[in-house]
Design a binder for this molecule. Structure first.
Ligand code: AMP
Length: 335
């Protein structure tokens, strides 16, 4: 119930926040570019040239303490801006409280966040309750005839700009989700119960098909999502260990969740320097979902020239699928 109320409240909350000037909406246009079998959507948003750049936070305990000492405001801590606030709820089993907030700087209407009310680190993995509620929101949207997907940027190099735990939700026009989802849906896999990888992509990607009935109980939902996530996280850690090009330190990764698939994409770096312009392009989970954001025509052309898949390879990890199949945890490589 609470999840469907979030979906139904979105359009009016978005308009209200925008009219009040609390939500800044940046118009954009989408350019398609096909690469490695993915129809990438490169969103050109010149207005972002004027948006202040939020420096990437560091998620280690010392940096968080230092930020707290300088009283750097945490935008996801209560009290919330009343027009950006949509609702809140509590997971009764885990006792975790969440707030739903509209994204203050929106490029896509109705982009919203699910934040923990108590501070939790964005470097911490998703917990079963996070996954269950995120999935329930996606289900509620589908019941209302809308299509959203969720994403999570975890760790220093993941493209996250806030250190307080937040999952994000973006609407998509098509039922088959973001560009990456179309590739995963087309993949023929041997078993629905094991992780797989999309071999046409030049970077490490770990995917699990979710065979979840829309009438699944909350417990079943939580169990299936949590075990799928743990399997993918194990593979992500194994990739980071085996990939020769992964830097030392805490692994960062992106998570993408649709009604049919859960993806974990290990990261090496947050940004890529475009060779044609020298501009730094910050990439988060949206990039790996197949949706890149650029601020100028020059950047757009530079991304086309270099190729989105190569850019993702540069900030992602080498695929060590073969090594994992031979030496590491069991993986289904039947795609
Ligand atoms: P990320 O950059 O992926 O960590 O996502 C954080 C999101 O929070 C960004 O898309 C920002 O636009 C958004 N954001 C930043 N400050 C606020 C705020 N005060 N209220 C709501 N959203 C915010």
């Amino acid at each position: 119930m609470v999840h469907s109320q979030i979906i139904s409240a979105l359009p009016s909350s978005f308009e209200k926040a925008r009219t009040a000037g609390d939500l800044l909406f940046f118009p954009s246009e989408v350019h398609e570019h096909e690469d490695c079998g993915v129809k990438f959507e490169i969103r050109l948003c010149p207005a972002l040239l004027h948006k202040p750049n939020i420096p990437t936070p560091h998620f280690d305990a010392a940096s968080i303490e230092a930020a707290a000492a300088t009283k750097k405001p945490d935008p996801f801590a209560p009290p919330y801006n009343s027009t950006l606030y949509v609702s809140e709820f509590k997971d009764e089993d885990e006792g975790i409280e969440y707030a739903i907030l509209l994204n203050k700087y929106s490029v896509v209407p109705n982009h919203f966040l699910m934040v923990t009310k108590d501070y939790q680190s964005q470097a911490s993995p998703l917990v079963p309750s996070d996954l269950k509620h995120a999935y329930s929101i996606l289900l509620a949207a589908r019941k209302a005839g809308q299509h959203f997907f969720a994403f999570y940027n975890c760790g220093d190099q993941s493209g996250a700009s806030q250190s307080h735990k937040h999952l994000q939700f973006i609407p998509v026009e098509e039922e088959d989700g973001p560009p990456l989802e179309r590739v995963a849906r087309a993949a023929h896999i041997e078993s629905e119960y094991k992780p797989f990888a999309l071999p046409s992509l030049p970077f490490a990607n770990h995917v699990r098909r979710l065979s979840i009935s829309p009438s699944a109980s909350a417990d079943e939902l939580e169990h299936k999502l949590a075990s799928a996530f743990m399997e993918l996280l194990d593979l992500c850690i194994s990739t980071v260990r085996l990939a020769e090009d992964h830097p030392a330190g805490m692994p960062s990764y992106n998570v993408v969740l649709t009604l049919q698939h859960l993806y974990v994409l290990p990261r090496r770096w947050e940004t890529h320097v475009l060779s044609a312009t020298g501009d730094k392009l910050s990439i988060n989970a949206l990039g790996f979902a197949g949706m890149l954001l650029v601020k100028s025509h020059e950047e757009l052309e530079a991304v086309r020239l270099e190729g989105p898949a190569a850019i993702l390879r540069a900030v992602g990890c080498q695929s060590v699928h073969e090594l994992q199949v031979n030496d590491g945890p069991a993986v289904d490589d039947s795609v």
